[in-house]
Design a protein around this ligand. Sequence first.
Ligand code: PGA
Length: 247
Amino acid sequence: MRKAVIAGNWKMHMNCAEARAFAHTFRGQVENLPEDRQVVIAPPYLAIPTLSEALRGTPVAIAAQNVHWDKKGAYTGMVSAPMLLEHGVTHAIVGHSEPRKYYSETDEQINLRARTAQIYGLIPILCVGESLDQREARETERVIHRQVEQGLEGIAPDRLIVAYEPIWAIGTGKSCAAEEANRICGLIRGWVGDPEVIVQYGGSVNPATIDDLMAQPEIDGVLVGGASLDPISFGRIVNYQVPVGVS
Ligand code: PGA
């Protein structure tokens, strides 16, 4: 049985003081967290030690927003997997559409990042998803299939999360319809080739859409940007409810 993973991606938001204040309120939100789900938060690198310390004793895991493919070296501005492990990080987002767009990350680099993450025991959260133009040109399946195939070469599917994040739904307030997100997540699971792989949906997830998304059988969790910055809103998301008999 696949365990749901609810992840927050803070992007370039929250300094250490803000992360501490978030944790203070969020602790109460995860006091009675149901056992069938895992919560992960990816703060900016500089807030990782503070958040990790402030959430100690809670079931919340800490992720990095990216990870380099080498363990150390002349890579100005980068952070390696061993550096993250020192602070208790367990997951690393790779291939998010923002670094793909702003820093021209390629599927090959993303694959190297995911491989290195796994070698060091971090769980990569590989993000894939089509742009609006690609969707309108009916290229959605082809684009995502390529991202999955190239991104996951040599990757073990049992220590992996894939997040379906349609670019047109990120930060726009236009969430993908739950049924369509479910369809694509199912395709991704088939392409990965392991029925146990965890596949999330991401893109404008909020407290009003979470229950519907989590009621979909192929969606095993969500990757949340904007709505993860507020502890009460993210608290509602992690405490999603699905009707009895639906999973
Ligand atoms: P959003 O971001 O929830 O603000 O749309 C999602 C993401 O980029 O992971």
